[in-house]
Design a binder for this molecule. Structure first.
Ligand code: ZN
Length: 363
C-alpha cells in the first residue's frame, strides 16, 4: 500500500515546500525524464520511482489535496504557491480543525480513496496530459504537427508473408490455425522519426519501428494444396496517413506422409502383416486420418489383398461425400527370429505339401 501522507512529496520531487505550480511541473518533468520506465527498460525501481513522482505531482498540483497534505505534515505555507491556494489551505486547515474535534476526519480513509483516484489516473490521464510533451517541447510539437498535416502522403503498409505447415489430414479436411504474426509498426513515441530532441528514441532505440506480436486465428480451407497462398486482407503492416494496411499471406506447406496416399476421396495405404496373421487371421490396428481403427484380417489372407474401411476417407472440396480407406496387406517376414521360431518353420516345411508355384504358366 502506498500512503503518500507518510512520505515527503516535496523531497520526492526535489523541491521546497513553497514551490509554485510551475516549479512543481518543471521538477516533475525533470524527474520523469530520468525515471520513466521506458528509459530504464521497465526496471522495477524505475516503475516504483515513476509512480512515486507521479503521485507526488498529482497531489501537489491539486490545491485541495496539497493543502490537506501540508496540514497533516505540518508544512508551513509562508510564501504560498498561489493566491487562491493560500485561502484554500486556510479553509482546509480550519475544516480539519473542526473536523478533528468531531472526530470524523479520518486521514487514513482519505488516503484510501485518494489512492484509488491515483491508480486510475496516474498512468492514463496524467501520462497522456502531462507527459505528452515530456520528450519533445510543446513549441516543437505544435510546429511539427502543423507542417506534418500538410505535407504527409499516404503510406501503404507492407504485406507480411508467413509459412504455415499443416498435416495432410488438415489439408484434406480443412482446419483452423492460430498464427503468430510479427508486425512492425511505426514507433508511437517518436512517430518513426528515430530521434527525439537529438537523442535516440528510448522506445524504439532509434530504429523508428516497434515490433508487435499479434495472434490471429485463420481458417485453412478444405482441400488446400501444397504451396497454396492464402490472403488475409488488412492483416499486414499498418498503413499511415490514410494509406492502406498490407495483407497477410499464408504459404501452405503440407507435411509429408509416406503412409497415406490419396485418390479422389479415398485414402490408400499398405499395411504389413506377419505370416501367421496371414494364415490364421487377426484383428489389427490400422491408422486412419481420424486415429486408429480395428480391422479384421480373415484367415488365408495373401499379400496384395485389399480391404475397405468404409467412410474413413476424406470429403474433398465441394463434394461432401466421404470416401473410404483402402487397405492393401503385405506379408512381412520379421528380420530376426528366435531359434524356436526357426525350428517351427522347419517343421512346417517338412509337413507342408503345397506348391504355390505349380500353376505359374498354366493360367
Ligand atoms: Zn521511436
Amino acid at each position: 500500500m502506498n500512503q503518500y501522507y507518510q512520505k515527503d512529496l516535496y523531497a520526492i520531487l526535489g523541491i521546497e515546500p513553497d514551490a509554485d505550480e510551475a516549479q512543481i511541473k518543471s521538477a516533475y518533468r525533470k524527474q520523469a525524464r530520468r525515471w520513466h520506465p521506458d528509459v530504464n527498460d521497465n526496471s522495477q525501481e524505475s516503475i516504483l520511482r515513476f509512480k512515486e513522482i507521479t503521485e507526488a505531482y498529482e497531489v501537489l498540483t491539486d490545491e485541495q489535496r496539497r493543502s490537506q497534505y501540508d496540514i497533516l505534515k505540518g508544512f508551513n505555507f509562508k510564501s504560498s504557491y498561489s493566491s487562491t491556494s493560500k485561502t484554500q489551505a486556510k479553509k482546509a486547515y480550519s475544516q480539519s480543525e473542526s473536523a478533528q474535534t468531531k472526530t470524523d476526519f479520518k486521514p487514513e480513509q482519505k488516503t484510501k480513496t485518494e489512492e484509488k483516484h491515483h491508480d486510475k489516473s496516474s498512468f492514463s490521464q496524467v501520462f497522456e496530459n502531462i507527459l505528452d510533451g515530456l520528450f519533445t517541447n510543446d513549441s516543437q510539437k505544435n510546429s511539427r504537427t502543423k507542417t506534418e498535416k500538410k505535407k504527409l502522403k499516404p503510406e501503404n503498409g507492407r504485406d507480411i508473408n508467413l509459412n504455415v505447415t499443416i498435416k495432410i489430414s488438415e489439408a484434406i479436411s480443412g482446419t483452423n490455425r492460430t498464427v503468430n504474426v510479427l508486425h512492425s509498426e511505426r514507433c508511437p513515441k517518436c512517430e518513426g522519426r528515430r530521434f527525439i530532441n537529438g537523442a535516440k528514441c528510448p522506445l524504439c532505440k532509434g530504429s523508428g519501428e516497434v515490433s508487435i506480436h499479434k495472434k490471429l486465428n485463420v481458417k485453412i480451407p478444405v482441400g488446400v494444396k501444397k504451396g497454396a497462398k492464402i490472403r488475409i486482407a488488412n492483416e499486414g503492416n499498418k498503413g499511415y496517413n490514410g494509406g492502406k494496411s498490407g495483407d497477410l499471406y499464408l504459404f501452405i506447406d503440407i507435411e509429408e506422409s509416406s503412409f497415406f496416399k490419396y485418390e479422389g476421396n479415398n485414402v490408400l495405404c499398405e499395411i504389413p502383416i506377419t505370416p501367421f496373421e496371414a494364415v490364421l487371421g487377426a484383428n489389427i490396428e490400422v491408422p486412419t486420418l481420424c486415429g486408429n481403427v480395428s480391422m479384421k484380417i480373415p484367415p488365408y489372407t495373401s499379400t496384395g489383398q485389399k480391404f475397405r474401411l468404409s467412410q474413413q476417407g476424406t470429403s474433398n472440396g465441394k463434394n461432401n461425400k466421404k470416401g473410404d480407406q483402402i487397405v492393401t496387406v503385405k506379408i512381412v517376414v520379421p528380420k530376426e527370429m528366435t531359434a524356436k521360431e526357426i525350428e517351427l518353420y522347419e517343421q512346417l516345411k517338412l509337413i507342408s505339401k503345397h506348391n504355390v508355384r505349380e500353376n505359374l504358366l498354366n493360367d
